[in-house]
Design a protein around this ligand. Sequence first.
Ligand SMILES: C[S@@+](CC[C@H](N)C(=O)[O-])C[C@H]1O[C@@H](n2cnc3c(N)ncnc32)[C@H](O)[C@@H]1O
Length: 310
Amino acid sequence: MKKIEIFSHNPVLLKECVEGLEIKPEGTYVDATVGGAGHSIEIARKLESGKLFAFDRDPDAVLVSKKRLSSYPAFVINSNFCEMKKRLESRGIREVDGILIDLGVSSYQLDNPKRGFSYRHDGALDMRMSKQGVTAAEIVNKFSEEELIEILKKYGQERFARSIAANIVKRRSQKLIQTTLDLANIIKFSIPAKFRRNKNPCKKSFQAIRIAVNGELESLEIGLEASFDLLKAGGRLLVITFHSLEDRLVKQKYKIWSRGCVCPPKSPICVCGNVPLAKLVNKKAIRPSDLEIATNPRSKSAKLRILEKL
Ligand SMILES: C[S@@+](CC[C@H](N)C(=O)[O-])C[C@H]1O[C@@H](n2cnc3c(N)ncnc32)[C@H](O)[C@@H]1O
């Protein structure tokens, strides 16, 4: 078996997720983002005749979690979660009792310089979760200046997008940008000193390029629809997001599924015929406690939203 560097990731909002899923020992569950199997192990432990199907598009995560879940009724599948319906149908599964989607990247991906996600460690500029397709280096070196501005603005809400894109284009005309620190240095150089003080100035741009490399928002949109279709009545969908673009998408979908009549308030009778398809289990997003943030600072921006299908 191929050896993987130590795969470490602290599952975020673990207790809240396990409770929120209301696991039935005979139920069928999906962990759409198995990572290091932190959530999956706790879900699988509660199953008797039930089954867990765990997905990840990262082959390293699949290798590790297959091992970690080997003594449980769990099946690990190397796939983008946007294909979960097809993958489950081919195993005879048409409906499930609960689905967890814990978005973003794992600590293993972030901390492993070979994966090229981090502005803190030097490594080849890669950022592909699936290890397939277009790399971050290809985007940075081949996309036009306008396309780079669009990515930095749309996925990173980076106010210095123009200056960063202009400097990328200037540098790459002298020498290809090949490593994470090459890119980090260009970003730092592009942002005025007074805006570099508190947060790392690379955070937004690295997030933006990562989202573009992995088509994250497109996958999320399809994955949410697929999840909702797969849920049984009474089944629950739990999504943990880490930034506002993901959270907005989840909130919008939950709102559409849980809203009833959309007739104008003055309308004497309902003519739209809309009925809610789901209910929000928690009106506000669930956030990690101060204790969790202190022990796992990466959990700080996490938001958990739970929906129940009617
Ligand atoms: C935050 S980690 C999950 C950690 C996991 N819950 C645990 O406890 O170890 C996110 C994982 O989701 C995977 N991922 C992100 N987007 C995905 C997608 N569209 N399809 C499948 N896996 C995805 C990443 O490769 C990463 O391993």
